[in-house]
Every structure is written in C-alpha cells, then in structure tokens.
Design a binder for this molecule. Structure first.
Ligand code: SAH
Length: 252
C-alpha cells in the first residue's frame, strides 16, 4: 500500500503574513504575495501553502481561491509554534549596500535574534532603508523556514550603543588586531551573546579603545587573516551558533 503523501508537502510555498493566525482563519493575500503564489507558484484551490505570522508560529493552509489580484487561504492546522530564537545580537557597522544586504540575509539564515546596524566613523554608508531590510530578512526567513523574523533595528552610533549596553550581555568585539580565540570566548559566556564588527575600513584607534574599555567587551580574534566585514559577521555568527546557539539541535 503506497504511503499517503505527507500534507503539506515540504515543497509548499512559505510566506510571512499578518497574524494572529488560528484554525479556520481566512488569509487574503494581494500585491506581491498574490503574484508570487498565483503567477510564479501557480497555486490552485486545494493546494497547500505554509504561513507564519511571527507571533503564534507556522500554519498549514489550503488555497481557497486564486484570482487575478488576490489569493485567499484557509488556515487548516498549526505545524509549529514560533521558535525560540537563539539570543544573539549582531551589531554590524553599515556597509556598502550589497554587502550589508548579504549580512542581513546570512544573519537571518544563521538564526540571529536581532540585527543592530551601527554607524561608525569609517562607515561608507550611514543609513539603512527599513522596508528594504525587512523584505530581505523576511525572504531569507521564508527560504530557511524560520518561524520567527529577526528584528532589524534603527542604526545607532557606536558611542550610543556602548553607553546603553546592558550589563548582562557580553559584547564580543571582533578585532583584527587580536583577541581571545572566538570559540573559547563563546563557550565561556553562555547562551546570550552579541558580536561587534566594524566597517570596510575598520574602527579607528579611538573607537577601538572605547570598545575595549567597556566592561562587557570581550575582544576576539577570527584568525590571522583580515576578513571582509561581511565575512567576519557570517563566520563569527556561525561559530557562535555552533558553540552557544542552536546548532546542537537534535531532530525530534
Ligand atoms: N582594519 C582592517 C579592515 C577592517 S575588516 C584592515 O586593516 O584592512 C572589517 C571588520 O571585520 C573589522 O573591523 C573587524 O571587526 C572584522 N575582522 C576582520 N578580520 C578579523 C580578524 N582576523 N579577527 C577579528 N575581527 C576581524
């Protein structure tokens, strides 16, 4: 007897939609989301779509109708509750747009809770388009099947970041001039963390001294080579996830 195919299929499209969702709720999608489902994925009534609301979690829906302008879904069942996101804050200096876009996307895939863009003296870019950033992290979250979106905060200046830094959170300062081995530092500081990475031109000496003088700062090295800022963000975040994050996750 052939096994009944699993529903929803793992290949079902995934979208973040406004919540809160519940069984029987109707989700009406228009604009880009309707176009994606209707024209790109060519869904038909009865097809499965997986939606998350970044509040309650992940739900399986069935397409009720797929018109020219909108697609209507009916929520059938909850698949997962909203995940517990590893408590990691990526404080990354703003970079040239394509490179910071990469940081937004990869940090989302890697599982960070918050992305806190920084403005430092050598930043080439000094602003971030919030709508564009939200689109990038939402698409990345849909692709990697997160049930929770990372928070993307408004860019802050380095001195404000340090002034307001909480006493209960270590700030791992990625310093190409040297520091503790990252793996050892991450393992020693438990399940909450934050990483500080500078811009293309790095921190100037005054900024470096300010960061190192902060009581919560732990300087870490990412090896003997000078990494691009986006590489440092991605590599250090991956290492933290493997050491103190949720990469030891055992499939239930
Ligand atoms: N000042 C560097 C350029 C900065 S690299 C130069 O001499 O050209 C951009 C950022 O990546 C740095 O500010 C630092 O936060 C991080 N970074 C790069 N390589 C690193 C390393 N080997 N160890 C720790 N952090 C590093």
């Amino acid at each position: 007897m052939p096994a009944t195919p699993a529903w929803p299929p793992r290949s079902a499209p995934r979208l973040f939609v406004p919540g809160p969702l519940s069984v029987g709720a109707e989700v009406i999608l228009d604009g880009g989301q309707a176009h994606y489902l209707g024209k790109v994925m060519r869904v038909a009534p009865g097809d499965a779509v997986i939606v998350c609301d970044d509040l309650t979690g992940e739900w399986a829906c069935a397409v009720a109708s797929a018109g020219k302008r909108d697609v209507v879904l009916t929520v059938r069942e909850q698949l997962r509750v909203r995940e517990a996101v590893p408590d990691f804050v990526l404080c990354a200096a703003l970079l040239k747009k394509p490179n910071f876009d990469l940081v937004l996307e990869k940090a989302t895939e890697l599982g960070v809770a918050t992305i806190r863009p920084l403005v430092t003296r050598r930043c080439v870019a000094d602003k971030l388009n919030p709508e564009r950033a939200l689109t990038i992290v939402t698409e990345a979250a849909e692709q990697c099947a997160r049930t929770a979106l990372p928070r993307v905060e408004v860019p802050v200046k380095l001195d404000a970041l340090l002034r307001d830094w909480p006493q209960d959170r270590t700030l791992f300062f990625a310093d190409e001039q040297g520091g503790a081995p990252a793996h050892t530092a991450f393992a020693a500081h438990g399940g909450t963390g934050a990483l500080l990475v500078g811009p293309e031109g790095g921190f100037d000496e005054e900024e470096r001294a300010l960061v190192r003088s902060h009581p919560q700062t732990v300087a870490i090295t990412l090896g003997p080579r000078i990494l691009r800022a986006e590489t440092a963000c991605i590599a250090a975040t991956a290492l933290w996830m493997a050491t103190a994050g949720d990469w030891s996750f055992q499939d239930s």
